[in-house]
Design a protein around this ligand. Structure first.
Ligand code: ZN
Length: 462
């Protein structure tokens, strides 16, 4: 029995782990590397194994850094089965198609650039195409239900457990058997931040001989959620009072739906005016919201109850879904009383840049950042207090009020990771999906276990 690591090794993105047992090869996740050109170039490198020899992929959840290399895996010869929960399958479809679309667009951009310099033959094509992403859908086989053991192959059983991170997310327990030897290996996937109203808390970790654990926030404790929700309501109320709009750059998956939920609750509690206009200006977020509405049973009890009572907690009065470009452009005419949510979360592209262009220079308006903003992104520049920023070739003064609200994280913090790990009490621990600093911070606190921080393509005997 062997375990090897092919992504998210001493880094956060590109999750991909390989288990070999009883003559079968099973991947846990096959995610995309993200962030900066150098990191993204790793996507086109060889996987470190032969895709055609992989029998199954078990997918923990639909975030791009966990599913984003699946179309490439197929393109390079994978013909096995992908297993996930039902919502993960639907969300992953959306995420992979969106990624393929972006890659095709970037490839066209590279081709034009090369053509202008007479270097047509040197331009790189897309990592994979929309067609590759569509073909990947056919590889999805059985669906996994939380808590039910699934015989993946002879000698390999998998149990998906609710990870409470995004809709459909899972930790995966593998029960392996080879030549009379047995091993239990637990993969955390991404673990959620407990106590959020939409999703259930992560399921308790079962005992395992070895644990492969994410460490995104291995060196940090989160701020509590209620003051963050309070801050959001205050930002909206203050801005409307001044006669402006609120722009929220947001990620399409989970955060957008969570914000709809909080705004809905804020209206019910009369913390926010009923005459509010909310625009979800992102085709992908709109599609994701429709998927979220199809799986009420996956939510925390009180939210599930709302759905059962026919009260969709994402659907507030004055909510507009703007899918078409013309509808999006029409929002520019609104000068006050609107909350506009649009991607991308870090303002690196997407429709939010248009809304910033129209609202950033107006002191009546606000921009509310609710997620992670990497160095070098437009979001980071604004958060760091830039006096003006460049958007579509135009210098725009930053006069709007800027809020950074940090309590909405979808990841477990150090204390939650430690508690989850202690429940499993493994003899061996492999730390993945985190920066080296975060790993070094949490490693000495893990108690009586042998800790490894695997490097790319490193292999271990289980
Ligand atoms: Zn994730």
């Amino acid at each position: 029995m062997k375990l090897s690591f092919h992504g998210a090794d001493r880094g956060v993105t590109g999750s991909c782990h390989l288990v070999e047992c009883a003559g079968r090869r099973v991947l846990i996740d096959c995610g995309l590397y993200q962030g900066g050109r150098e990191i993204e170039e790793e996507n086109s490198a060889p996987f470190g194994f032969e895709p055609a020899q992989i029998d199954h992929v078990l997918l923990t959840h639909a975030h791009l850094d966990h599913c984003g290399r699946l179309p490439l895996l197929l393109k390079r010869g994978f013909r096995g089965e992908i297993v996930s929960t039902a919502p993960t399958r639907e969300l992953a479809r959306l995420v992979m198609l969106d990624a393929a679309h972006l890659q095709e667009e970037e490839a066209r951009h590279r081709a034009r650039w090369a053509a202008r310099r007479g270097k047509e033959n040197e331009a790189l094509g897309p990592l994979y195409s929309i067609l590759d992403a569509l073909n990947t859908q056919d590889a999805f086989g059985r669906s996994a239900a939380y808590g039910e053991a699934l015989q993946v192959a002879p000698g390999i059983r998998a149990t998906f457990l609710d990870a409470g991170h995004i809709l459909g997310s899972a930790s995966i327990l593998l029960e392996l058997e080879e030549g009379g030897e047995k091993r239990r290996v637990l993969f955390s996937g991404d673990l959620g931040n407990a106590g959020r109203p939409l999703l259930r808390n992560p399921a308790p970790a079962p005992h395992a001989d070895a644990v492969v654990m994410e460490t995104t926030y291995g060196d940090r404790l989160h701020k509590p959620l209620p003051p963050s929700v309070e801050e959001l309501y205050q930002a909206v109320a203050d801005t409307f009072e001044r006669g402006g709009n609120v722009i929220i750059p947001t990620f399409a998956l989970e955060r957008a739906q969570e914000l709809l939920f909080y705004l809905h609750a804020g209206i019910e509690q009369r913390r926010i005016s009923r005459s509010i206009q909310v625009f979800l200006d992102s085709p992908m977020a709109i599609s994701a919201t429709a998927i979220f509405e199809r799986y009420p049973a996956f939510y925390e009890a009180r939210t599930a109850e709302l759905f059962r009572a026919g009260r969709d907690p994402f659907h507030l009065p004055g909510l507009h879904f703007t899918r078409e470009t013309a509808e999006s452009v029409a929002i520019n005419r609104i000068v006050a009383g609107a909350v506009i949510m649009a991607g991308s979360g870090m303002c690196t592209g997407g429709r939010v840049r248009h809304h910033l262009k129209h609202n950033l220079a107006r002191e009546h308006c606000s921009v509310v950042f609710v997620g992670f903003a990497a160095q070098g992104t437009l979001a980071r520049h604004i958060i760091d207090g830039a006096k003006s920023v460049r958007i579509y070739g135009e210098e725009i003064a930053v006069r709007a009020r800027i809020y950074t609200i940090n309590g909405f994280s979808a990841h477990a913090d150090q204390a939650e990771l430690l508690a989850w790990h202690a429940q499993s009490a493994p003899a061996r621990t492999f730390l993945v999906h985190g920066d080296e600093d975060a790993m070094r911070a949490i490693a000495p606190r893990l108690g009586n276990t042998r800790v490894e921080m695997p490097s790319l393509n490193q292999q271990f005997e289980l």
